[in-house]
Design a protein around this ligand. Structure first.
Ligand code: NDP
Ligand code: GDR
Length: 370
């Protein structure tokens, strides 16, 4: 990025307020860190749960009674439009990042109504609240919608880009397509600065434990610690374009700093199968994956997305964005982090390449794992 643009962006971020739905998730936690680093006041919507759900952001939380506090949490839910409206009035955000979702594809087949209520209707509720708020106050709000490569679903074109037709294959993906088009519709109808990021799979040590990458890296550490014997998996032939979450968060922010609101594909441009992920992750700790992995049909989906590979050309050109971590590095940094969390020595410590990710890594989660 040229210096002039950088100066301009830095000026624009002075005393900005952002509101994030899904702040307790993988992406919400990295995005909060990024925005705080840039001087934003950050407000996040959290759900009331019977156990704490703020593990991923505890390290950046400061008691709001302290003068230096710039991260504030509010109870709310995407299924509750009244609260969303009230929060907009109270927080007065300039940027809103809609990351909240029931984001597990397999679970969306079990709970389709809830998934659609949160992902599709939740986005509509937020857009309606923004539309009224903007109309009433005259304050221009910038809106980011967390779109997904799952919207491409059944292969229509390779690689997939902004113009590739959608063919969603799950209740989750159908809901994301709805949210995508409502975001376009509000941009065109009400002059809302609204962007869809169409993000391909992105992972990290903070990834939820039931997504395939983290399920694998966490299992490896537990196998080495003698806490688990086998790893039960579904379809190993599925191919995904996997990147590093921290890189992808940067693209979200950049989208909202442009002169015009547009939609962008964020991906690495490489694809790998689940089997390749297994091979690489197990061999990194000198294990043979075939000795540990077993098949369980309950991890199959009624309809599968076989192949995803994104074309990030527009994002690279217009946003100056580049992924900084390749597939092998991603696998290794996730294995390293899970080993460290169990008190085992990660291979990267020996070769001096350990990437520190100050995530709180939960190990004692239940066995209900997709
Ligand atoms: P996570 O599943 O880690 O986080 C989801 C977040 O949404 C959590 O904070 C969760 O809260 C919150 N949430 C769930 N239901 C509701 C609700 N009804 N109302 C308000 N908040 C809710 O997802 P990621 O961080 O991985 O992804 C962020 C967004 O990006 C999601 O919308 C996801 O669908 C989308 N996406 C993700 C990709 C990826 O590879 N990670 C790729 C493309 C899109 P709680 O902690 O209480 O459960
Ligand atoms: P995905 O991610 O469905 O792509 O959605 P996930 O990691 O769940 O699955 C990737 C692929 O791995 C196959 N698979 C398994 N998946 C899980 N979870 N558990 C298993 O045991 C298993 N065995 C094989 C799956 O069938 C699939 O093909 C993620 C989510 O973050 C979405 O919210 C996001 O929109 C997309 O990425 C882009």
């Amino acid at each position: 990025m040229v210096c002039e643009t950088k100066d301009k962006l830095e000026k624009m971020t002075e005393s900005k307020t952002a509101l994030i739905t899904g702040i307790t998730g993988q992406d919400g936690s990295y995005l909060s860190e990024l925005l705080l680093e840039k001087g934003y006041e950050v407000h996040g919507i959290i759900r009331r749960t019977s156990t704490f759900n703020t593990d991923r952001i505890d390290h950046i939380y400061v008691d709001p009674h302290q003068e230096e506090a710039r991260l504030f949490l509010h109870y709310g839910d995407l299924t509750d439009g009244t609260t969303l409206r009230r929060l907009l009035e109270a927080v007065k955000p300039i940027e809103i990042y809609n990351l909240g979702a029931q984001s597990h594809v397999r679970v969306s087949f079990d709970s389709p109504e809830y998934t659609v209520d949160t992902v599709a209707m939740g986005t509509l509720r937020l857009l309606e609240a923004i539309r009224d708020y903007q109309h009433r106050t005259g304050i221009q709000v910038r809106f980011y919608q967390a779109g997904s490569s799952e919207m491409f679903g059944k292969v229509q074109e390779i690689p997939q880009k902004e113009t590739t037709p959608f063919y969603p294959r799950s209740p989750y993906a159908c809901a994301k397509v709805y949210a995508h088009w409502q975001t376009v519709n509000y941009r065109e109808s009400y002059d809302l600065f609204a962007c869809n990021g169409i993000l391909f799979n992105h992972e990290s040590p903070r990834r939820g434990e039931t997504f395939v990458t983290r399920k694998i890296t966490r299992a490896i550490s537990r196998i080495l610690a003698g806490q688990q014997k086998f790893l039960y998996m579904g379809n190993l032939d599925a191919k995904r374009d996997w990147g590093y979450a921290k890189d992808y968060i940067e693209a979200m922010w950049l989208m909202l700093q442009q002169d015009q609101p547009e939609d962008y594909v964020v991906a690495t441009g490489e694809t790998h199968s689940v089997r390749e992920f297994l091979e690489l992750a197990f061999s990194y700790v000198n294990l043979n994956w075939e000795d540990y992995v077993r098949f369980d049909e309950r991890y199959l989906r009624p309809a599968e997305v076989e192949l995803l590979i994104g074309d990030p050309a527009k994002t690279k050109e217009k946003l100056g964005w580049q992924p900084s971590v390749n597939f092998e590095e991603l696998v290794q940094l996730m294995v390293d982090a899970d080993l460290e969390a169990l008190g085992l020595t990660p291979p990267a410590t020996k070769n001096g390449k350990l990437i520190q990710d100050n995530a709180y890594i939960r190990q004692n989660v239940g066995s209900m794992s997709y």
